[in-house]
Design a protein around this ligand. Structure first.
Ligand SMILES: C[S@@+](CC[C@H](N)C(=O)[O-])C[C@H]1O[C@@H](n2cnc3c(N)ncnc32)[C@H](O)[C@@H]1O
Length: 235
């Protein structure tokens, strides 16, 4: 990879991570995460692969780490309605602004949203069949990401799985996002941080080799589409 995407840019910061960023713009950004994720993060594919097969066998307890506006867990609760197993979801985010937004959304049966980090969940004693995150690892330094992965592995019930999903940094992903969001930016993404932060996220994201170098022992890194990496640990 040539140019400024050749190395991970861990210094550039996303606007949404600035505690003093415009709160209205941030709220609009949370409100649009679902739309953006539907296009770039293949959430239904993640549900089909990691959650639906377990729901066919029985009840599932899911933890969504760094839930933001909680659109993924809400969608999963909808998709799971007709499955034989019961789905119980805990969605956590340590950022009070994300928590305040997610809490204002009308409640979804089976979903609890809490302002917590994984250390607090570990201390609570609650354990899960599936632990997931989306677009969280690139917000963290290598040491923080490794620590988060190790901690989430401790949150599993026997037979459980952790899947941390993120962007795979590449020139192609950057160009596709820049071009793909250009026409919708003035309308659908207006007043949000999504285009700017999306481009920054790609610069902060890791390649497969970079992620593989920081996963704890016993983990693997899978590649998905579009431009997806999954750090996976099975108990
Ligand atoms: C880009 S948002 C992604 C939100 C959501 N997962 C989605 O895909 O729409 C990243 C989220 O990760 C959260 N976050 C940052 N550091 C975290 C950490 N150490 N543990 C858990 N969540 C974290 C942030 O507060 C933010 O809400």
């Amino acid at each position: 990879m040539a140019g400024r995407l050749a190395a991970r840019d861990a210094v550039v910061a996303e606007r949404m991570d600035d505690p003093d960023c415009d709160p209205d713009r941030l709220a609009r950004t949370y409100a649009r995460f679902g739309l953006m994720n539907a296009v770039v993060a293949a959430p239904h594919g993640a549900y089909r692969r990691w959650i639906a097969p377990r729901l066919r066998e029985g009840d599932v307890r899911l933890l969504d780490v760094g839930t933001g506006g909680a659109d993924f867990p809400r969608a999963v609760c909808r998709w799971a309605r007709r499955k034989p197993g019961r789905l119980d979801v805990l969605a956590i985010d340590p950022d009070p602004r994300a928590f305040a937004f997610a809490e204002r959304v009308p409640p979804t049966p089976g979903l609890r949203v809490r302002r917590m980090d994984t250390t607090a969940v570990l201390a609570s004693g609650e354990r899960f069949d599936v632990v997931m995150s989306n677009h969280v690892l690139h917000h963290l330094s290598d040491d923080e990401a490794t620590a988060l992965m190790a901690e989430t592995a401790q949150l599993l019930r026997p037979g459980g799985v952790v899947v941390h999903r993120d962007i795979e940094r590449s020139r192609g992903a950057y160009v596709a996002f820049a071009l793909g969001t250009l026409p919708v930016h003035p309308l659908l993404l207006r007043g949000t941080f999504l285009r700017e932060d999306g481009l920054t996220s790609i610069r902060r994201s890791r390649t497969r080799a970079e992620l593989a170098a920081i996963v704890p022992p016993g983990w693997r890194v899978e590649r998905g589409r579009p431009a997806r990496l999954e750090a996976v640990h099975e108990a």
